[in-house]
Design a protein around this ligand. Structure first.
Ligand code: NAG
Ligand code: NAG
Ligand code: NAG
Ligand code: NAG
Ligand code: NAG
Ligand code: NAG
Length: 789
């Protein structure tokens, strides 16, 4: 053991001296951002990389074939911001990107004629370049090397994504429209159901050419019908808008601060969102059953009511579809529209897994249970059930309204007294009319069978009963967003109720839309959100109950810490990493948590970790006052420098917090309470860990409670990975997928970490002066430690 320590410290100091000399073992591959005449770039995922590395251009393959596309280099998910041949996939991988001697920029492939991208050509002296804006431009050059003319650019041929600086509108000179068209489905890039256009005053979304949604007029920094943009000073509203109208062109464009990753994506189901920010338009927002801001009024056919809608359900299939439409240009939203308008249609779905074609049914279905055979997921028409209770509610409301009217009419002098009641009824009415027919409070009882894919609206009364009227015995703790209570539903299920702080100005519809998205996120390392409850000012989130409280409850308690041996801690580390990877990469929303810390890691019966409060940044980030923070959501000590100081966040911000958490788990010490005097300066856990690493004495960091329960190599590797995560520069930090492969595969080599954030003395003192400011402006930046459940 001792000799291996010696060896490892020798290696460490060797590596460190390399680093100090600036000889980083970094091999930069020769990347270029241009293609020149006569060049032929062979099929590869990485053909061109823009000068600063922001964007990558390359080929990618889907079931339907191969495409040439552009994506953010740092985007793990590689969401394509542009596709060259969206409706002309090439088969196989025998394809090249070519700029021939005649100036034709094209995709050549063995399966047919070349796909030429530009119509203007300039023989011999043109060069195509991938810019850091994401634009791919073909320019003609003079013999002196200056640009003569721009011949073609990808920004002139938008697909489904608007990037900062891209135009949306019309070029009056060429008659060309800059508009977005959604993919047919997530698997098929060809133009689909929805388009997004700019008509000089507003953004308009069309569904197969018919008005569907409009943004309302653009005023300064916001659009009328995108509510969260109208709140001042939110961290999420990072946009500057620009609208131009002159004799040559009419267009809209937007910009964001340097370094912020932003892309406005028009989804195949009519949604519009920017990665990891609150949505602009929800999928299906205007599907006729909801009256949401900006939706074009569509009168339902006579056989439908506004409360009807389709819900994805597992049903037992009985018989074949009554009709199919094999038109492969039809996406799911088209099928929905066709079914909605045909009175005999009761359910629909795509024909193929790639989301194209339609199948329709006219029968009624039985809900499938877990073990039923012959079950399938269909979009089934659901009409509101005319049950006794809702019928009675209406009668009671009508009665009360009538009574109030009578009383206010006859008893002039007591008008004031009744005003309060009338307001309450108005709120109740509003709630009923906006509540979505799929999940009224009575559905609570059926929650388990419902498959948790839909938002369940719990009634206020059921929550009052479950939490014993929010009694103090039921209170589990106080989080940054309000108190948390334990509750028990009539059928015995235990729940945790997070009562969100009052006085929020967020709209009901908006709040529910956001929750509806979050409810869909499911992973064994995420706490399950069951639904919500809205009553007047009150907004509550209902979660599954976690019996073992949170990680900090164990980790920072001298007695309970012993329970967490190394094996359990490893399990916790891996679980958190998996949950985070899901949020970053596999959930369609690609959520950045922004407040990852020990008290947000809840533990189940078997001490498996579950991340909680994910999506809170989406729900609250828009209006920071709701999270009681003035500027920055998050917790001091877990925040990376670029976020703490400049408010810039990315998936790498969560990686930083993960690194801090890793060090806490290894050491059993709180980052916040950690004080270690290094001369005159207080330093944090990460810097302390780095100093030990530098000295080759990393194992001094390890929690003494772990005794000999760990393997030295594993432990050193874990600390090493943590140091990679807390590096000062976000670009140097690994992604969560890289972290997981490093954690789970000991043969994956680890690069040397650079200095951790806040490590130089200058920065530490600067941060200390910031720290006072941050904490005083926001009780919740330091969310109390008792936020267990
Ligand atoms: C979708 O899948 C079907 C059946 O596999 C196939 O025929 C069709 O070509 C696919 N569509 C696209 C655009 O790839
Ligand atoms: C792609 O380029 C390579 C190398 O220049 C060439 O051998 C191959 O035939 C090209 N393939 C196509 C389909 O053009
Ligand atoms: C551009 O859009 C306008 C209005 O939507 C439409 O009338 C016109 O035909 C379009 N032009 C082209 C070339 O697509
Ligand atoms: C733009 O679209 C909106 C909504 O569809 C419409 O009310 C408005 O008149 C249009 N403006 C122009 C200039 O066409
Ligand atoms: C309505 O749907 C039924 C069943 O899918 C189909 O047979 C019928 O042709 C449809 N009617 C119209 C007018 O499209
Ligand atoms: C398929 O559907 C698209 C979109 O509705 C339509 O434009 C096209 O004409 C249809 N094709 C056929 C062959 O019916």
């Amino acid at each position: 053991m001792e000799s291996s320590m010696c060896l490892s410290s020798a290696i460490l100091s060797l590596c460190l001296s390399c680093m100090w000399l600036g000889v980083l073992p970094y091999i930069s591959s020769a990347q270029t951002d241009t293609i020149k005449p006569g060049e032929e770039l062979q099929f590869s995922e990485k053909l061109l990389v823009s000068a600063k590395g922001t964007f990558t251009l390359g080929f990618f393959s889907l079931e339907s074939g191969s495409y040439l596309g552009i994506w953010y280099t740092t985007d793990d998910y590689n969401k394509k911001v542009w596709v060259a041949n969206r409706d002309k996939p090439v088969s196989g991988t025998d394809a090249n990107l070519t700029l021939d001697a005649d100036g034709k920029l094209m995709i050549t492939h063995s399966g047919g004629g070349p796909i030429v991208l530009n119509s203007n050509q300039a023989a011999g002296n043109s060069i195509a370049t991938l810019l850091d804006s994401g634009d791919f431009v073909l320019e003609e050059f003079n013999s002196d090397g200056s640009v003569k003319e721009k011949l073609w650019e990808s920004f002139d041929n938008p697909t489904d994504t608007l990037l900062p600086g891209m135009k949306l509108g019309i070029n009056l000179k060429t008659g060309r429209n800059w508009s977005l068209a959604s993919w047919i489905s997530e698997q098929v890039p060809a133009p689909g159901t929805f388009t997004l256009e700019w008509n000089d005053t507003q953004l308009g979304m069309k569904r197969r050419g018919g008005a569907y949604w409009s943004s309302g007029t653009l005023k300064d920094r916001s659009f009328e019908f995108i509510p969260w943009l109208t709140y001042p000073d939110t961290l999420n509203n990072i946009y500057s808008f620009n609208s131009v109208s002159n004799a040559n062109e009419i267009y809209f464009s937007y910009s964001v601060p340097d370094g912020v990753v932003s892309e406005w994506v028009l989804t195949s189901e009519g949604g519009l969102f920017d990665t990891s920010r609150p949505i602009f338009v929800l999928d299906d927002q205007c599907d006729g059953i909801k009256e949401n801001p900006g939706c074009a009024v569509q009168n339902p056919p006579t056989c439908r009511t506004r409360k009807d809608g389709f819900m994805k359900q597992s049903v037992i299939l009985s018989g074949s579809p009554s009709s199919i439409n094999v038109n492969l240009s039809l996406g799911l939203s088209d099928c929905q529209a066709i079914c909605w308008n045909n009175c005999s249609c009761t359910a629909y779905n795509s024909i193929y897994n790639n989301g194209t074609g339609c199948r329709f049914w006219t029968t009624k279905f039985a809900q499938a249970l877990k073990d039923d055979s012959n079950q399938e997921e269909l979009y089934v028409l659901s009409s509101p059930r005319v049950t006794g209770s809702s019928w009675w509610i209406w009668v009671i409301i009508a009665g009360v309204v009538l009574l109030v009217l009578l009383l206010t009419g006859s008893l002039y002098y007591s008008r004031r007294k009744f005003r309060g009641e009338r307001e309450m009824e108005e709120a109740a009415l509003l709630e009923l009319t906006t509540s979505n027919s799929f999940g009224d409070s009575e559905d609570v009882d059926h929650d388990g069978k419902r498959g948790a894919h839909d938002l369940v609206l719990f009634s206020f009364d059921s929550i009052v009963a479950a939490t014993n009227n929010f009694s103090s015995e039921n209170k589990l703790g106080e989080g940054g967003f309000g108190p948390v209570y334990k509750g028990k539903l009539p059928e015995g299920q235990e729940i945790a109720v997070k009562r969100l702080s009052r006085g929020s100005s967020q709209g009901l519809v908006e709040f529910k839309n956001e929750i509806r998205l979050i409810v869909k996120l499911q992973h064994m390392n995420l706490v399950r959100l069951l639904g919500c409850c809205i009553k007047g000012e009150e907004k509550m989130l209902i979660y599954e109950f976690m019996p073992n409280k949170s990680l900090d409850f164990f980790l920072f308690d001298p007695a309970r810490r012993k329970i967490l041996d190394w094996k359990r801690r490893q399990n916790i580390i891996e679980g958190i990493a998996q949950g985070l990877l899901y949020l970053h990469k596999y959930s369609r929303l690609r959520i950045i948590h922004r407040d990852l810390k020990a008290s947000n890691i809840l533990l189940d019966y078997d001490l498996n970790p579950k991340i909680s409060d994910f999506g809170m940044a989406r729900i609250f980030g828009r209006n920071a006052s709701e999270a009681n923070t003035n500027r920055i959501v998050g917790t001091y000590g877990y925040m990376p420098p670029e976020y703490a100081m400049e408010g810039i966040f990315s998936v790498k911000s969560d990686v930083y917090s993960f690194g801090v958490l890793l060090l806490e788990i290894v050491s059993g010490r709180k980052n916040r309470s950690f004080h270690h005097n290094d001369g005159a300066f207080a330093i944090n856990l990460a810097v302390y860990a780095w100093d030990l690493w530098k000295e080759g004495t990393s194992l001094e960091l390890v929690d003494p409670m772990l005794e000999d329960s760990y393997s030295t190599t594993q432990m050193l590797r874990c600390i090493h990975i943590a140091l990679l995560c807390v590096q000062e520069s976000a670009a140097d930090r690994p992604t969560m997928s890289a972290v997981i492969s490093m954690l789970t595969n000991e043969t994956v080599p680890l690069p040397n970490p650079n200095l951790p954030a806040f490590s130089t003395h200058h920065k530490v003192s600067e941060l200390d002066s910031h720290k006072g400011g941050l904490e005083s402006c926001s009780g919740s930046v330091t969310i109390s430690e008792t936020e267990g459940r």
